[in-house]
Design a protein around this ligand. Structure first.
Ligand SMILES: *Cc1c(COP(=O)(O)O)cnc(C)c1O
Length: 428
């Protein structure tokens, strides 16, 4: 079977490079491959037919690394756990936002994170990680990996380069760190981790045969507003359930970076079976077409909402990147590595859990639910919901208070969002 040629990047017209949003409708797919269908069909098939036994043999030799690919030779389609056109086209399109060499997609963000960590970590290794982390990642790194002899060591998001280096020296782990795992901005506090500082630290770590890798979970600002690969990250990870999917109707994940690293992760994915399925791939292809207009509108709405909250007498404190002051050490990091404050806001209501609950229970338009990045606005209570398994003293240390509410701002009319917030705050 003739194989779909890989798209050319950078795509250009008369020497002018095209923007990712212009390519999301067509990149990597040509209608003539599917009887003129404008849209890429769903290749809902578990397996692919070989033209001959010799072809099947050649495909497997490449898939299992039994020989090097000949010039321009691509892996043939074999079986949907290994590859599928919807996933390949999605992976090609995803690379455009982060200008990554290669991408791999997964059935969930946790599958992406877990498969990646499994690929690079071995017993005796240390994972140096920022805190707070997404609840699922926190559990994986602190509870599951230690059972496999992998030690977690944390540092607070917002720590300076000197503080992180001092933490490594005090723990005596410099030559055992294989992965520096970072989430920025941190969930739910919006504290930033300085990616360039982490990249410098990573280069100084590990053993020469197994250098340390900087992994960045870019779910909160990416793929539009922050590009960790440009700041020295080795791999960028996503819960594609959030902004990439964007409609709260699909669970998926992705990893992007240098081909060599992503290929190693894809090999693990083949044997853990953690890939996304064709239908998920197709849904995400559809989502990517509107990614930029959704994220732009969400960011604009969030600015209006954050300004409203900051002025409200029942609100004690607002954690929103757009309100950072030049006097804050985080301001310089924000200027350097973020292209927008995004659409995640956390704020403390005057009072405690009771006041936060009262507020959440009174919302009418904004839904009370975890998750984020969808077209609709969502609110939740981190201390008892997304971060419920972080012990109370730990919660206090990392800045999750009982009166903290997290908001993911959607694409509704901003005046209606403010109306809803106003009446719910009134009821407190
Ligand atoms: C949701 C989320 C994850 C996990 O992704 P799933 O798609 O739910 O598996 C990981 N990291 C961050 C920052 C998230 O918000």
């Amino acid at each position: 079977m003739p194989r779909r040629p890989r798209p050319k990047w950078p795509a250009e017209i008369n020497g002018h490079r095209l923007h990712p949003e212009s390519l999301m409708m067509s990149y990597g797919y040509r209608p003539e491959w599917s009887e003129g269908a404008l849209k890429c069909p769903i290749f809902q098939t578990s397996t692919f037919v070989f033209q001959s036994a010799e072809e099947g043999k050649r495909f497997f030799e490449l898939a299992y690394g039994l020989r090097e690919p000949q010039r321009a030779e691509q892996l043939g389609l074999i079986y949907s756990r290994l590859n599928n056109p919807d996933l390949e086209i999605l992976e090609d399109r995803l690379t455009l936002w982060d200008e990554a060499e290669e991408a791999a997609v997964f059935q969930s963000g946790m599958a992406a994170i877990c498969t990646t960590l499994l690929t690079f970590l071995r017993p005796g290794d240390v994972v140096l990680h920022s805190e707070p982390l997404y609840g699922g990642t926190d559990y994986l790194i602190k509870r599951i990996l230690p059972e496999w002899g992998i030690q977690p060591v944390g540092f607070l998001a917002g720590a300076s380069e000197e503080e992180i280096r001092a933490r490594i020296a005090a723990a005596g782990i410099a030559d055992r760190i294989r992965v520096l795992y970072v989430e920025t901005p941190a969930n739910p506090t919006n504290r930033l981790v300085d990616l360039q500082a982490c990249a410098r630290i990573t280069r100084d770590l590990g053993q020469s045969a197994r250098p340390a890798l900087l992994l960045v979970d870019n779910t909160f600002l990416g793929p539009l507003w922050q590009h960790p690969l440009k700041h020295g990250a080795d791999l960028v990870l996503y819960s594609a359930t959030k902004y990439i999917g964007g409609h709260s109707d699909v669970i998926a994940g992705a990893v992007l970076g240098k081909s060599e690293l992503v290929k190693a992760i894809k090999a693990t994915r083949t044997f853990t079976g953690s890939m996304a399925e064709p239908w998920t791939g197709w849904l995400l292809l559809r989502s990517l077409e509107t990614l930029k207009i959704r994220m732009e509108r969400q960011a604009r709405n969030a600015h209006r909402v954050a300004d409203f909250l900051a002025e409200h007498p029942k609100v004690e404190k607002v954690y929103y990147l757009g309100h950072l002051q030049p006097s804050d050490p985080q301001w310089e990091v924000f200027q350097r590595q973020c292209e927008s404050p995004g659409a995640m806001i956390s704020f403390e209501i005057r009072g405690g859990e009771a006041e936060a609950f009262r507020f959440l229970n009174c919302l009418k338009l904004i839904k009370l639910a975890v998750s984020l990045g969808g077209t609709e606005s969502l609110a939740e209570h981190p201390a008892t919901m997304t971060h419920a398994d972080v012990p109370p003293e730990e919660q206090r240390r990392i800045g999750i208070r009982e009166n903290l509410v997290r908001l993911s701002v959607g694409i509704e009319h901003p005046a209606d969002l403010i109306l809803d917030l106003e009446q719910a705050l009134e009821a407190v």
